[in-house]
Design a protein around this ligand. Sequence first.
Ligand SMILES: *[C@@H]1O[C@H](CO)[C@@H](O)[C@H](O)[C@H]1NC(C)=O
Ligand SMILES: *[C@@H]1O[C@H](CO)[C@@H](O)[C@H](O)[C@H]1NC(C)=O
Ligand SMILES: *[C@@H]1O[C@H](CO)[C@@H](O)[C@H](O)[C@H]1NC(C)=O
Ligand SMILES: *[C@@H]1O[C@H](CO)[C@@H](O)[C@H](O)[C@H]1NC(C)=O
Ligand SMILES: *[C@@H]1O[C@H](CO)[C@@H](O)[C@H](O)[C@H]1NC(C)=O
Ligand SMILES: *[C@@H]1O[C@H](CO)[C@@H](O)[C@H](O)[C@H]1NC(C)=O
Ligand SMILES: *[C@@H]1O[C@H](CO)[C@@H](O)[C@H](O)[C@H]1NC(C)=O
Length: 491
Amino acid sequence: MAKQLLNSLLVLCFSTHGVQAQTSSSAPCSTTISPKYAAPSLAPGWEAMVVASGLTKPRGIIFDSNGHLLLVQEGHGISSLELRDNGGACVRARKLTDVIADNLNHGIELSTDGKTLYASSSEAVYAYDYDSSGARNTSAGRVVVNGMKHGGHTSRTLLISREVDGLLLVSEGSEGNLDKAATDITTGHSQIKAFNMTNVTSVPYDYAKDGLRLGWGLRNSVGVAEEPLTGAIYSVENSADEITRSGQNIHQDNPGEELNFHGYLNGTESNKQGRNYGYPQCYAVWNASTIPNNVNLKVGMQFAIGEQETTTGETVNDTICQNERVAPRLTFAAHMAPLDIKFNPSGTMAWITFHGSWDRSEPIGYKLSVVNFANGSPTEPANSSQAAIDIMSNSDISKCPNSCFRPVGLAWDSKGRLFMSSDATGEIYLISKSDGSPASSALLSTGLLPSNTGIVGAPSAMGSKGTAPEFAGPQKPWAMVIAAVMALPFA
Ligand SMILES: *[C@@H]1O[C@H](CO)[C@@H](O)[C@H](O)[C@H]1NC(C)=O
Ligand SMILES: *[C@@H]1O[C@H](CO)[C@@H](O)[C@H](O)[C@H]1NC(C)=O
Ligand SMILES: *[C@@H]1O[C@H](CO)[C@@H](O)[C@H](O)[C@H]1NC(C)=O
Ligand SMILES: *[C@@H]1O[C@H](CO)[C@@H](O)[C@H](O)[C@H]1NC(C)=O
Ligand SMILES: *[C@@H]1O[C@H](CO)[C@@H](O)[C@H](O)[C@H]1NC(C)=O
Ligand SMILES: *[C@@H]1O[C@H](CO)[C@@H](O)[C@H](O)[C@H]1NC(C)=O
Ligand SMILES: *[C@@H]1O[C@H](CO)[C@@H](O)[C@H](O)[C@H]1NC(C)=O
């Protein structure tokens, strides 16, 4: 497997709109690797290149402190990709080594000191002692959280807080499309929880019983992220398929996928944290015009899909959905399937992977987008239908899903470069500015991200701390770039 990969490892820089992907700092890529299908279509000023191909369904990805790209290959385990770095956008895989052959499927994280590797199966979260110099685990897996075994949605996304030491967030999705068990808070289904790893013992945490609940009624929130300036926790939720209301099938454009806000981990009580976000009774409006018995529904408002009872026996209607459930902070087009969300270090953009639809006659999603943020919140209002700005998409979406890349996991390296996995094509991509500068520096370049609201990344985007969090690692040219931007006299 590793050998096969090596034989096919090459690098391809393909730029868009005639912009050449070279700068004085980045050597030209001497070799290229073709994308499995058509070259992606990119927003002006951006480029993408294939760093590795021939992988087995790569899902979650993360860099260790020695620059190895650790990846979960679904059903295969964790492998380490060593990269040859010729600077700028010219990065290619050098060697793939298996690290852990356990039956892991998606989630991967490292402790802040880089010495503990966390990974998940559908049932449990495991912790391994980890040596980044050799990219290997130095202990067997210890179960730290268990009790999540069920079918349906089986990825258990992991996130280690950078703000509150030792907290590990774990997201558990639903068992199937409309999971009644999720209406019972004691089941743990469709929830996001945080567990303290500092005091974890040989008796693992029980997902349903233990931990701090960040929310329930969250169908399948595969992407979870901590906003770097305020520590706000956000997740992206895959909402339901095949829904009907009043006997009408409204699933083509409803319900919307969601970006949800879950408060902070630092002990400050947020009125949202731990509350019910609606599933499986309440959903977010995407296309109000197709929803019957519709009194004033707008994008992002919650609506009920039927005479479903709560655990206390009351029937859930639109009024209850709107008054007693937490609405999304933003809503995206139905069925785009958001799988990861990662903030840039200055907290001005959240990058979101959309894996793409199956439950829609015209495919949708299959792309990498950004949402603009300022002061810890999206800049777009909750009723916006234009919050997601596309950066990289499949050039002919009518060919999806069969002949398309499908974005899954995102990872920043120590130089602020952004990497993305595509499980369907077995590829890792690097997404950069066309001049070879890293995605983290995007707000500086002449081609500011297209924005619905005006200036992106103005200093007002900086939170109370006033400094951008830094990546671990010796080289951080982009950190100076961010510092420079902060000093610019934007009004
Ligand atoms: C690494 O993890 C695997 C899977 O749990 C285990 O079999 C192996 O013994 C571990 N390596 C070391 C050095 O403990
Ligand atoms: C986690 O546990 C440690 C050790 O008991 C404790 O010092 C720390 O405050 C806990 N963290 C949180 C966020 O409760
Ligand atoms: C660890 O500390 C947290 C409080 O931060 C507590 O809720 C939890 O029960 C403790 N876990 C263990 C295993 O003692
Ligand atoms: C927690 O973080 C929020 C947002 O940054 C902040 O407003 C609040 O003061 C913090 N609380 C504590 C106890 O530090
Ligand atoms: C909403 O649905 C109507 C009717 O199918 C369609 O014409 C319109 O384009 C849709 N709008 C959006 C934003 O999906
Ligand atoms: C929704 O149900 C509640 C509680 O039964 C009721 O008070 C309210 O009037 C209902 N709203 C609508 C629009 O039917
Ligand atoms: C959307 O929300 C904003 C802010 O809450 C509000 O000013 C605006 O009127 C709303 N637009 C629509 C079409 O409802």
